[in-house]
Design a protein around this ligand. Structure first.
Ligand code: ZN
Length: 266
């Protein structure tokens, strides 16, 4: 998505910034209008955030899509959604449009100074995409944590949400409850490969506009056959999250116990 936006957003200066849904716009100073008349310098990706710095280096528009947000560049005259969560209109009529289905608005838009944008991003760990087995091994060795929780931690590794943690661990055939420091080098390699292939798969499908049901193979698929072995996908509550996994592929047939009730099993 970032790749597809980088060129077009630079073509014309911003003519009108907004409207933005009240829950979507997270900042009010500088005002969104401050973008008007400025040209964007392109699009960059940082974990799930898209950054659009202005050409003059004074402002950064930051967009976080969360799970369901979608950002599209529409050419002049192309049909546009009537009530987008956020919209930038460029001179000449093209638009950058953020939409998010459903009533809950989770995606966010921030207009920041470069210094504030830097502060906003500094707590993020290295990008998950492209991490490779060696750096991943270092991150795994640093703390003794359950894999599902570690993968989701943006400070450790940026860019993996709970749904993709499920998909990645399944692809790597690793238990969500396995402890990071117990992961063998061979398993770490498998995990690095799974991070790469699953995130790439997700990016590609989303760029084509695929819906969640098509994108996920494990997440939210309770009781449905595992696409590898046919065993029904199981579910367990962990911390504030629900984990989906295949007992055959990932936990040697063991059923994971709810961590909120039992601390005995993993
Ligand atoms: Zn399976």
């Amino acid at each position: 998505m970032c790749r597809a936006l980088d060129e077009p957003v630079r073509a014309f200066p911003v003519e009108q910034a907004g409207p933005a849904h009240v829950a979507t716009l997270k900042t009010f100073d500088p005002p969104l209008r401050a973008l008007e008349g400025r040209r964007l310098a392109g699009a960059e990706r940082r974990a799930k955030r898209l950054l659009f710095p202005t050409e003059d280096g004074e402002l950064v528009l930051l967009v976080h899509l969360m799970a369901a947000g979608r950002l599209r560049y529409l050419l002049a005259g192309e049909e546009a959604p009537k009530t987008p969560a956020f919209r930038l209109r460029f001179q000449g009529g093209a638009q950058l449009v953020l939409t998010e289905p459903g009533a809950k608005k989770r995606a966010g838009v921030w207009l920041l100074t470069p210094e504030d944008a830097e502060r906003e991003l500094e707590h993020l760990g290295p990008e998950a995409l492209g991490i490779g087995p060696q750096r991943l091994g270092e991150i795994l060795a640093r703390d003794r944590r359950r894999l599902h929780s570690l993968l989701r931690d943006q400070r450790a590794l940026a860019g993996i949400g709970r749904a993709w943690a499920n998909e990645i661990l399944h692809a790597a055939r690793l238990s969500p409850y396995a402890l990071s420091q117990d992961v063998t080098p061979e398993e770490a390699e498998r995990l690095a490969e799974a991070i790469e292939s699953e995130l790439e798969r997700g990016l590609e499908l989303r760029e084509r506009g695929a819906k969640d049901a098509k994108v996920y193979r494990v997440h939210g698929k309770l009781g449905q056959p595992c696409h590898v072995c046919g065993t029904p996908i199981a579910r367990v509550d962990f911390e504030e999250h629900t984990i989906f996994y295949c007992p055959e592929c990932q936990t040697g047939g063991r059923v994971l116990k709810d961590r909120r009730l039992s601390r005995l099993l993993r």
